[in-house]
Ligand binder design. Structure first.
Ligand SMILES: [Zn+2]
Length: 83
């Protein structure tokens, strides 16, 4: 089974990395077509790219991964301790 890698357009605001994820190459054509629909034609991403996970869509839309969102919000809750 072969795969291809999708990179975010923007660096993550949480960690500064450009996040990426991998898809089965069977999705390559559907991804290209769906990406154009969403990115250039304004179709909702969940309609254009329904086979992506919520986390993968988030990387495309904002550049921030699910793990980084969790880290962003977890920090506020947990690191303040006993001030
Ligand atoms: Zn990140």
């Amino acid at each position: 089974m072969s795969i291809f890698t999708v990179c975010a357009e923007n660096a993550c605001v949480a960690c500064g990395e450009v996040h990426r994820f991998e898809l089965d190459s069977g999705y390559a054509l559907a991804f290209q077509q769906g990406f154009i629909l969403w990115h250039d034609r304004g179709v909702l991403i969940q309609d254009a790219l329904p086979f992506l996970t919520a986390g993968q869509r988030e990387i495309l839309m904002t550049g921030v991964s699910e793990e980084c969102w969790d880290a962003l919000f977890a920090d506020e809750d947990e690191d303040l301790g006993d001030e």
